[in-house]
Design a binder for this molecule. Sequence first.
Ligand code: GTP
Ligand code: MG
Length: 494
Amino acid sequence: MQAGEPIEELKSAASTENEFGSVSADVKEENMPDAIEPASSVNGHGSDVASEGEVQQKGQVLPKQPELRVLHHKISGYVGFANLPKQWHRKSIRRGFSLNLLCVGQGGLGKSTLINTLFNKQLYDLEGKPTEDLAALKLEDSENLSESLERPQGEEQPSVKIETISTDIEENGVKLALTVVDAPGFGDAIDNTDSWVPIVREIDSRFDQYLDAENRIDRDVIQDHRIHACLYFIEPTGHCLAPLDLEFCKAVHQKCNLIPVIAKSDILTDEEIEQFKHTIKTQLDNAGVELFEPPQYSLDDKDTVARCAALCTRMPFAVVGSTSEVSTPDGRRVRGRSYPWGVIEVDNESHSDFVHLRDLLIRLYLMELREKTENVLFERYRSEKLMSLGIKQDNSVFKEYDPELKQKEEKQLHEAKLAKLEAEMKAVFQQKVNEKEKKLQKSEAELFARHKEMKDKLLKQLKALEDKKHQLEMSYANQSANSPAQTKKKGFLR
Ligand SMILES: Nc1nc2c(ncn2[C@@H]2O[C@H](COP(=O)(O)OP(=O)(O)OP(=O)(O)O)[C@@H](O)[C@H]2O)c(=O)[nH]1
Ligand SMILES: [Mg+2]
């Protein structure tokens, strides 16, 4: 069938996956990405197989499929959605990517050097100052962003400053807008109490700026200045984390993707590094600090899962930074540091964890860092902020319409209404019964009283009559006693 022709409606007992099988089989686009396989290869059988019951396929016994009566459209012509990843790719190239990186650590730990090494660009000069072309940008940026940094009145100028530099870098036609936020002065004072506060404020102000931009009516292009990752540089003491390190990590781990690194790890031996990493991990775990971990998905292949696990176990990354090229004993020119006893190669994974840090931060998980910032960290900040402003969630507004749920709710409401009506009717009936009972009781009492009254009257009359009878009998007896002859005579006469 050609594109544009009317689609054929078929009644089939096959699973819906199979409908795409025919598309892929008939018209596999010439430039279709390899990742998109014909769906037939997913379940391994065509549309007529599901109804056949148990099937033997490549040594696998497929369970018997239930008889599904599905009406579906068979698409056997060109549709074109297999090209969607290419559209996405073009769009990404056009738009470019951005990464806002926060670097925190005591002075001289090699932060600027590591940034230069990571992006293979001289963002900072040898003195650690932004290079000339970035200096102007730095001023502009810090002015704009510092506006939103509201410092309470009377508060002293902090010893920790926030410096931002931005630059666009390009690799194989892919553009990356990189912003590095540095916090010079952190941990350098005699008293470092609350020295992380300006940094936390900076992170919050960037969230606020984004939240504000989102809430504007006109929000064509929202500049994302939110911090996507925070590289925290740990001094290579080989001992344990300092209290300041722990306090900083606790203050920021809910606000940005925290990635700790052991700076200048070339001064530690391999055993010392392992031991130091173990101590750091235990300390962070005990303090409840959450580090950025690459996410794992159910469709990930074995290699991805293994690589992800390896990255997790290597944290905190023991790194070495250098942009200088040095010669190795075997004559290669490499980025590294040269010592009297040998050369440390930056890009050699057996020499340091630099390669793994780069994989996590740029090569493999840059988008995940951005996504976690957007979906987890910013969301958390946003809901806490709105709640602190007294805004409450009204679930009845913008609620998704689910007909089944709606029907259920309506049924419940109806049942509740019926129950209420029934209860009301029962109450009215009971009241009427009570009233009637009272009335009957009253009339019964009245009748009883009348009956008693009449009985009393009759008893009185009876008594009076009996008295009269008695009197008569007495008087008669007296009379007969007084005149017995007469009585006899009378009796005789009778
Ligand atoms: N041994 C060793 N030295 C390094 C490493 N990275 C940088 N350095 C050196 O450490 C010194 C300070 O490096 P920077 O990159 O300026 O350090 P920073 O942390 O940016 O310093 P501030 O900006 O002052 O806070 C420089 O002399 C670097 O050459 C490293 O991995 N190992
Ligand atoms: Mg620096």
